[in-house]
Every structure is written in structure tokens, then in C-alpha cells.
Write a protein that binds this ligand. Structure first.
Ligand code: UD1
Length: 372
């Protein structure tokens, strides 16, 4: 049987990269599997998925703002159009299974698939479930999760505790060190600090860095500062061009593995995928959870590590005043770095992508046998 799989969702890196990791694991297990991505028109997946070598179709869907806006009035029309198009995509591609990774596009296509009795698999990256996944969860064959206690949101029998699927290039970082130092022009004998605010950057981290950048550079730290594309112009115009001093201000990093490979200390938001990657990389990390996300889930994500002494927590409200000192104290404390590194490595799930791919194949084959 030649398996046909739709992978749907996106919106931010936190949904797109796990989707690509699942696709790669499916292909690694059987190169004849046919994969089609379904995303939302105009969103990040429409670029990132083709860059990863997969075909993607866009639905005209968007989210609902929490405020009353003109865009919200268009939402029902976009939803109806998307449901229509989702139906056409399914009729044409004839998937054996549809995977939803979260984000606007997974709603319409998973809904359509479930109504046509095509089996569906949800991959939930966070320690909570949004409304769409809660609705879809009731009819999904499997729900692959990365945090405990998810039976609060989903039927217990469908849950598989696989961990989040992480890009394979983040495994085996030691072989990428030399290339990493070379690419960034860094001295391997001096510490490297990596600051990143998830896939889109984070204002709090940018403002906190702007407050203390000279103090960090004076201490001999080499820095990669990812601002996110919306904040890049502002911070690059202020701090760009200082590569000789060891400071790189960038909008987005394509080869994260080479940055993780050379980082001594990382500062980040606590998006689910950032955390899963840091667990595999085993990096001493300071987490500053975003307070602007549903159900404060980044704090929950971060606490899962902090409770195991696997990361340091700095609250968003405190970051502008204490983050720089926290960084300096961790950079200067090798013992703490080692203990954080050991604890965070214990929480990693390096086989998640393969485990999820196997579940997807099982679901599709079971359904195929039942119907043929
Ligand atoms: C503000 C917001 O809504 N954040 C959510 C979003 O986060 P966000 O999209 O930031 O996602 P994550 O932190 O989970 O993952 C970021 C991903 O982007 C990659 N990356 C990041 C920066 C960069 O320069 N280059 C790069 O490749 C990382 O390697 C990682 O794979 O989705 C996550 C997963 O559902 C949620 O937990 C987050 O709360």
C-alpha cells in the first residue's frame, strides 16, 4: 500500500518545525509515502515547508482577534471558504490519514477528514490544548503529546506520550561545533551566549538585551542575538555592525543546530519546541516565559523544567532589570552550567519524531485493512 498523508497546521515555527520533523521521519521510514502539507495562506509555513522540500496548499483561513475588529467580521466567510477548499483537497489527494499539528489550517481540514471517516492524528506540542484541538480530539485516533496530565483535555485512551518531534539535525551537535565557530567568526576559548525569542522574537528579551549589551561584551562574552523579524530593523540599526566585538544581531536563524552547538548559555522564551530542542541539546538555559499566550502555557512549559532544576526562570516583568545579571552569574558559574545541562538532558525525547511516524503508519494501515 502506498501511504498518502496530509499534514496540516502552522502559523509559527512552534507548529511548522514539528510538522516537518514528522514528515522527515515518515519519509525515512518509507520513501514512497506521499505527503501533502496544508497551511494558511500568507503564513510562515507557505515559505518554510517548500524550503524543506515538501508541497503545500494554503487555505484562506485566519485566526480570530480577541478584540472586535473588521477582520473578525470576515472570519465566518474565510472559515466557510476554507472548509470548502479542505473538502476539495481531501477529494483530490485521497489521504489515508490526516495529521493536525495546531495552527489555523488544521481546524478545517481535520474537521472535514473526521466527517468523512478518514483517521486523524493530533500532535499537541504544549501542556494545554486550545479550543480547536479539544473539539477535534474527541474523534482523533491518536493524540501525541509532550506533557503529562493531558487527559484533562483529551480522551485518555487516545493519548500517546511521545514528546515533541524535533528536527534530526539538532541531535549530534558535537560534530557541528567547528563549523559553527567558523560561521559566526567566534573564538572557541571564549563563552557564547545565544538569545532568542522563539520563531518571531520577543520584545522583552530585546529590550532587556539593549539595556545591558555593553556590560556583557565587556565581560568577554560572544553573543548571537536573534531579534525576530518584526524587531530587527530597530535593534540592528542601534547595535548592528559590531561583529568584531563579538556581537551578532540577526532577525532569524536558519541553521539553529550550528548555534546550539557552540552556545554555552541560552536565553529564550519557553515555546514548546524551543524547550524540546534545548532538552536534546542539553544547554544551560534561562527561560523568560511569554505572558501573552493562551492559558499562560509558556509558564507551564517552563515550570516543567524549573521543577526538575533543569532551567533558570526569570519572569517577564523582571527581565528588564535582572536578566543581564542572571546571564553573567550563570556564564561565570561552570558548576551550575553542568548541573543544569545534566538535568535538562534527562528530559529530552530524541525518538519522538520516529515514534509519532510509527503511530501514524499504524493508524493508516489499521484503517486501510478494515476498509479493504
Ligand atoms: C508567541 C507564541 O504564540 N508562541 C507559541 C509558538 O512559539 P514559537 O513559534 O516561538 O515556537 P517554539 O518556541 O515552540 O519553537 C520555535 C521554533 O523555531 C525555531 N527557530 C526559532 C528562532 C530562529 O531564529 N530560528 C528557528 O529556526 C526553533 O528552532 C524552534 O523549532 O508555538 C509554540 C508551540 O505551539 C508555543 O509553545 C508558543 O507559546
Amino acid at each position: 500500500m502506498k501511504l498518502k498523508v496530509i499534514i496540516s497546521g502552522g502559523g509559527t515555527g512552534g507548529h511548522i518545525y514539528p510538522a516537518i520533523a514528522i514528515a522527515n521521519a515518515l519519509k525515512a521510514s518509507d520513501k514512497n509515502i506521499d505527503i501533502l502539507f496544508v497551511g494558511a495562506e500568507g503564513r510562515m509555513e507557505m515559505d518554510k515547508v517548500p524550503e524543506a522540500g515538501y508541497e503545500i496548499v494554503g487555505l484562506p483561513i485566519s485566526g480570530i482577534q480577541r478584540r472586535l475588529t473588521l477582520e473578525n467580521l470576515k472570519f465566518p466567510i474565510k472559515l466557510i471558504k476554507s472548509l470548502w477548499k479542505a473538502g476539495d483537497i481531501i477529494s483530490e489527494f485521497k489521504p489515508n490519514v490526516v495529521i493536525g499539528v495546531g495552527g489555523y489550517a488544521s481546524g478545517p481540514i481535520m474537521w472535514r477528514a473526521q466527517n468523512r471517516r478518514i483517521p486523524t492524528v493530533i500532535q499537541e506540542q504544549n501542556g494545554y490544548a486550545g479550543l480547536t484541538n479539544k473539539i477535534l480530539g474527541g474523534k482523533a485516533e491518536k493524540i501525541c503529546v509532550a506533557y503529562p496530565n493531558m487527559e484533562y483535555y483529551f480522551p485518555k485512551n487516545s493519548i500517546e506520550f511521545t514528546g515533541n518531534p524535533v528536527r534530526q539535525d539538532i541531535i549530534d551537535l558535537s560534530s557541528k561545533k567547528d563549523e559553527g565557530y567558523q560561521q559566526w567568526g567566534f573564538n572557541p576559548d571564549k563563552p557564547v551566549l545565544f538569545v532568542f525569542g522563539g520563531s518571531l522574537g520577543a520584545l522583552t528579551l530585546n529590550e532587556s538585551m539593549a539595556n545591558g549589551i555593553d556590560k556583557l561584551l565587556e565581560s568577554g562574552i560572544q553573543i548571537i542575538w536573534q531579534t525576530g523579524k518584526y524587531y530587527f530593523d530597530k535593534y540592528h540599526s542601534q547595535f548592528g555592525g559590531r561583529e568584531k566585538e563579538g556581537l551578532h544581531v540577526v532577525a532569524f536563524i536558519k541553521e539553529m543546530e550550528k548555534v546550539y552547538a557552540i552556545s554555552n548559555v541560552v536565553v529564550g522564551r519557553s515555546g514548546a519546541l524551543s524547550i524540546s530542542e534545548l532538552c536534546l541539546a542539553g544547554l544551560p538555559t534561562i527561560l523568560v516565559p511569554s505572558p501573552n499566550v493562551a492559558e499562560d502555557h509558556q509558564t507551564k512549559n517552563a515550570m516543567a523544567l524549573v521543577n526538575e532544576k533543569a532551567a533558570v526562570l526569570v519572569k517577564d516583568v523582571d527581565a528588564r532589570t535582572i536578566l543581564i545579571d542572571e546571564i553573567l552569574s550563570l556564564i561565570n558559574n561552570k558548576e551550575k552550567q553542568t548541573s543544569l545541562s545534566e538535568s535538562i538532558l534527562n528530559l529530552g525525547k530524541p525518538n519522538a519524531a520516529n515514534d509519532i511516524a510509527q503511530k501514524v503508519i499504524e493508524v493508516a494501515e489499521k484503517h486501510y485493512k478494515k476498509n479493504n
